[in-house]
Design a protein around this ligand. Structure first.
Ligand code: BTN
Length: 257
């Protein structure tokens, strides 16, 4: 069970995680924030679950995570969401996790577009961002994070082999400290996006080894290949295709092969 007092002592935010909803078991923390009417749903609310019965990944995949060992949580953002920033927040969340892991455990983190967090080419964390709008205004953004922390065995088949922070460091990880560090950096990152989004995108670029390489992007039945030239000002891929065109990629799975 997460020690709330130990977590709270390390939390140094103004609003992220100040309303903290702890669940032993839940369908999905993203579903909870997207679809449940909660009385206190202030900006920055964090819903944390020890176990999800229906943890969701990108592209309708499942997210499996063993009970009590990992960090599975979602952050609610409600105020001043500029839809141009949504994908930057997505990449910025991966950057926040990377920085927390670098600061606390001196790990070398690699980020894979759009938002996988890799250690030694294995996936330690994934992010699922969902939103709802009223009219043409985004009124709710839910950022779901699944980070493998103290889990050491994984069942199933995976696109990218999984790992955990414990497997990569060889030590039992203090989940409370890690969660607080991620949320502290995440709040700072939101402020940085307001002031200078390019700065956050550079932090992402610096941790992505695929830029400059030939990549294959699959989205459903479609596959396209080209050189990963850069990300644009909203964090979408600029792909240089073989007919020398520059194509924007907004969604899909990226591989090197
Ligand atoms: C992915 O890599 O495909 C994204 C995985 C996101 C998993 C997290 S766990 C907390 C939150 N609730 C969910 O149902 N999914 C996200």
């Amino acid at each position: 069970m997460l020690n709330f007092d130990a977590f709270d002592l390390k939390l140094d935010t103004d609003f992220i995680g100040r309303n903290f909803i702890y669940c032993d078991e839940i369908d999905s923390t993203n579903n909870y924030l997207m679809h449940t009417k909660i009385k206190n749903d202030q900006d920055g609310t964090v819903v944390f679950a020890e176990r999800q019965l229906n943890g969701k990944g990108r592209k309708d995949r499942k997210w499996y995570s063993s009970k009590d060992l990992n960090l599975t949580f979602s952050i609610l953002l409600k105020q001043g969401i500029n839809d141009k920033n949504i994908n930057i927040i997505n990449l910025g969340t991966a950057v926040s996790i990377a920085m927390a892991l670098e600061n606390l455990y001196q790990l070398k983190i690699n980020l894979k577009w759009p938002n996988d967090v890799l250690i030694n080419d294995k996936k330690a964390a994934g992010i699922l961002v969902e939103s709802s709008s009223s009219g043409n205004k985004i009124d709710k953004l839910v950022i779901g994070v699944g980070l493998n922390v103290n889990q050491t065995s994984f069942q199933g088949t995976f696109n990218i082999p999984p790992t955990s922070v414990k497997l990569e460091t060889g030590t039992e990880i203090d989940r409370e400290r890690l969660l607080a560090e991620i949320l502290n950096i995440f709040e700072e990152m939101l402020n940085r996006i307001e002031i200078n989004p390019e700065d956050v995108l550079n932090d992402w670029r610096n941790r992505c080894r695929m830029i400059g390489e030939r990549i294959y992007v699959t989205d459903g039945d479609l596959e396209i290949s080209g050189i990963f030239d850069d990300i644009d000002e909203q964090g979408f891929i600029i792909l240089k295709t073989d007919d020398k065109k520059r194509k924007k990629i907004h969604a899909g799975d990226v591989t090197l092969r």
